[in-house]
Design a protein around this ligand. Structure first.
Ligand code: ADP
Ligand code: MG
Length: 330
């Protein structure tokens, strides 16, 4: 008799315990915020939604703090102050770290990646209501003083060779902020999360014991996934000519500028890079795009622990050898 009543009771208690314990950990906590002009999504899994929520708040706060350092638009940002400076200037360790990484990518890409294109980016002004193609003269003037040797970095001491050089970290800062957001989540005890800043993605751990399945945006079909890839603990960053562009006389002018010509780079529709750090992947995606399909893919092949693929202007797919067969195409 006693057994008969206790057993169902035990079953009910077990079910209740499973429901209370397991259900909250099944669904992720997902939040979005506007940072660095981009809608950023953070998704985190774990047993305690309140802790996840607090960790996500801290991660967004960290990204907002970094925007204050790296922005080319905010008057008081360190990057704006460095752009305005003459002579040697001491920067924060974070700005120095990012500049050193960017300069490494600048060298490895023979200058295709260039953090000194601030005047050129401002000239094209792709953010404006009605952007138009600048004159060759204006472009020539905006390119003066740029190039891989335009910055000398010695620890936290930075010197611009040409005082008029204006910095723009748009090709790398978002990735760095994603890295820092993941570091904050990890420090807060989060084991499983994905941070996505408009196509700059970093994964922390796995997703419920499985790989995360990441969809890559189709460069010509808005809102459609072109390919998926299964990953954990990696970063996936895509640069494309579809993100910010205008058309004039039947030509597409976009935001990835070739420092050799001063015009938007030709040859690619998009480049996707997979690496450990999102900052590195971000800079390499921009660099490979600017180099063009063949040289861009060769750059990705040369880098250790880096994979990726290029979609050419005629829709061909070029994939690094280490990634071959790991993509699912649609
Ligand atoms: P997003 O993910 O915001 O589209 P990308 O990583 O694709 O950014 O880089 C594009 C941005 O990088 C541009 O908006 C500009 O600020 C900057 N940029 C443009 N051309 C270059 C270049 N050749 N080297 C470095 N940065 C560049
Ligand atoms: Mg980039």
């Amino acid at each position: 008799m006693l057994r008969r009543t206790l057993l169902p009771l035990a079953a009910v208690l077990l079910a209740l315990w499973l429901w209370l314990g397991a259900t909250p950990s099944d669904g992720p906590v997902v939040r979005t915020a506007l940072v660095m002009g981009t809608l950023v999504e953070i998704k985190a899994y774990g047993a305690d939604p309140n802790r996840l929520d607090t960790a996500i708040t801290e991660a967004f706060a960290e990204m907002a703090r970094l925007e204050q350092l790296f922005s080319a638009h905010l008057e008081q940002s360190e990057i704006r102050q460095l752009s305005a400076a003459r002579g040697v200037r001491t920067v924060s360790s974070e700005v120095a770290e990012l500049l050193i990484l960017g300069q490494m990518v600048a060298r490895r890409s023979q200058g295709a990646f260039d953090m000194g294109l601030g005047r050129l980016v401002a000239l094209w002004d792709l953010q404006s209501e009605s952007p138009k193609v600048p004159s060759g003269e204006q472009i020539g003037a905006a390119l003066r003083g740029t190039g891989p040797e335009s910055l000398t970095i010695n620890g936290q001491q930075v010197k611009k060779t040409d005082p008029a050089l204006q910095l723009d970290l748009g090709g790398i800062a978002k990735g760095y902020a994603v890295d820092r957001a993941v570091a904050v989540l990890r420090q807060a005890g989060v084991k499983s999360a994905a941070v996505n800043a408009g196509g700059d993605i970093r994964l922390l751990g796995d997703r419920l014991g499985e790989d995360w399945r990441i969809g890559i945006q189709h460069p010509r079909k808005a809102g459609e996934v072109m390919a998926t890839i299964a990953l954990r603990d990696r970063s996936v960053v895509t640069s494309g000519d579809y993100e910010r562009f205008f058309e004039q006389d039947g030509r597409r002018y976009h935001h990835l500028l070739d420092p050799r010509t001063g015009y938007p780079a030709r040859g690619c529709q998009s480049v996707t890079v997979i690496a450990g750090d999102a900052a590195l992947a971000d800079a390499l995606a921009t660099a490979a795009f600017v180099l063009g399909p063949r040289a861009g893919l060769a750059l990705l092949e040369r880098m250790t622990d880096v994979e990726g693929f290029v979609i050419t202007d005629d829709g061909q797919r070029l994939v690094t050898t280490g990634l071959d067969g790991q993509l699912q195409w649609f």
